[in-house]
Design a protein around this ligand. Structure first.
Ligand SMILES: *Cc1c(COP(=O)(O)O)cnc(C)c1O
Length: 397
């Protein structure tokens, strides 16, 4: 079976994970500190704060941006559910705008209509690694006095064209960017996340909140010569990363450029084989974006049934996935927990479908993700393509 994804790890990670076990400093400590420094340098950010996962990162980033009960955050439904969930954790309401079909990203031209006097932030996802239109979104946010927070869960190493230069996602271009190190992403620490920013005040906020808002950290108390009593002046969380995770992350970070080069090569092979097929649309990089190809997702021809094709390919030994989900189509999002980003929305759509989010809904069940990972062989790409082509032919016979 060719799997959909597989982490790329080696002997170096196995050695690194033992360092904290030997010293005995196993939770957030020197490895986390070093990982933060190296990560900030890699993406070009002033500060990086490691946390337990990207969901925690999004929660803290929105909170630090001042999002709270009664506020609205403009975002997409078409994302892993954690994007919208993080908005709700703050007590704010997610406002969903539709996506653009070629990039699966927020359609910047629809955002202005979604703003209200309650809007605090735009939460933009760089879906499956493809940078969203940050130039347009940051300009719009600035005009309206609100901020952009980036859900960069999938986008380690992706690049965006910014003031005539290519910069890495997470520099960041909004006020904060949040990364995930779940095994489905390029860089993995098992679970893990990172928040990057240029703003020392925001960095201070998330740094405090991730460790119970404890005024004196474990590391400071450990190093102190006298007695240090912590105080807890605000409501905090336990969102720490462990030193075992960070030790693995430091090695993984070094692998990212090679991972991206390999994925781009494999994606080009898919492109060449699939581009000419009747009705199939392959991924598109807009002028402002260089993706890391966290996933390779194609639009299916109108006459092809997605689930039938997935079953056919599975029988041929090839794992696939549907397109990215939509939060508004899930049971956790009944009416009243979100609204769509149009001024005259009367919230009268059926549960689990919204007439204002047609591209998001189509992108879930009219697309297919194909296997893509570092150790995938060129011949295996050809095997996937052959199964895909045979699957189309079988339905058209
Ligand atoms: C994976 C993912 C998340 C959640 O990341 P975790 O580290 O698993 O919490 C959030 N947003 C997007 C777009 C993702 O792909």
């Amino acid at each position: 079976m060719i799997p959909i994804a597989k982490p790329w790890m080696g002997e170096e990670e196995r050695e690194a994970v033992q360092r904290p076990l030997i010293t005995g400093w196993v939770t957030q400590g020197p490895e986390v500190e070093a990982f933060e420094r190296e990560f900030a340098a890699f993406v070009g950010a002033g500060h990086a704060c490691a946390v337990a996962n990207c969901t925690a990162a999004l929660h803290l980033a929105l909170e630090a941006a001042g999002v709270g009960p009664g506020d609205e955050v403009v975002t997409v439904s078409h994302s892993f559910i954690a994007t919208a969930n993080a908005v709700r954790y703050t007590g704010a309401m997610p406002v969903f705008v539709d996506i653009e079909a070629p990039t699966f990203n927020m359609d910047a031209s629809r955002v202005a209509a979604a703003l209200s006097d309650r809007t605090r932030a735009i939460l933009v996802a760089h879906q499956i690694g493809m940078p969203a239109d940050l130039g347009a979104l940051v300009e719009l946010a600035t005009q309206h006095g609100i901020v952009v927070v980036e859900d960069a869960a999938c986008a380690i190493g992706s690049e965006v064209r910014w003031k005539e230069r290519w910069e890495r996602i997470g520099a960041p271009h909004g006020v904060m960017a949040c990364f995930s190190f779940h095994p489905r992403k390029l860089l993995t620490t098992g679970d893990g996340g990172m928040i990057t920013t240029h703003d020392a005040r925001l960095d201070g906020h998330v740094r405090l909140a991730r460790q119970h808002a404890m005024s004196a950290s474990d590391t400071r108390r450990h190093a102190a010569t006298g007695v240090v009593l912590p105080s807890f002046d605000t409501l905090g969380y336990n969102y720490r990363m462990t030193d075992m995770q960070a030790a693995v992350g430091r090695v993984q970070l070094g692998r990212v450029p090679e991972m991206i080069a390999r994925r781009r090569l494999l994606a080009a092979r898919y492109d060449a084989a699939l581009r000419g097929l009747d009705g199939v649309k392959t991924p598109v990089e807009p002028a402002w974006a260089r993706t890391n190809y966290q996933s390779y997702c194609v639009w299916l021809p109108d006459d092809i049934d997605q689930i039938t094709l997935m079953a056919f390919m599975r029988d041929q030994g090839v794992a696939t996935r549907t397109g990215v989900m939509n939060a508004h189509q899930e049971g956790a999002y009944p009416q009243g927990t979100w609204r769509c980003g149009v001024a005259d929305c009367d919230a009268s759509c059926d549960a689990h479908t919204c007439a204002r989010l047609p591209v998001s809904e189509a992108a879930f069940n009219r697309t297919l993700m194909l296997p893509l990972y570092h150790e995938l062989e060129e011949e295996e790409v050809d095997t996937v393509v052959a199964a895909f082509v045979a699957g189309l032919a079988a339905q058209r016979a």
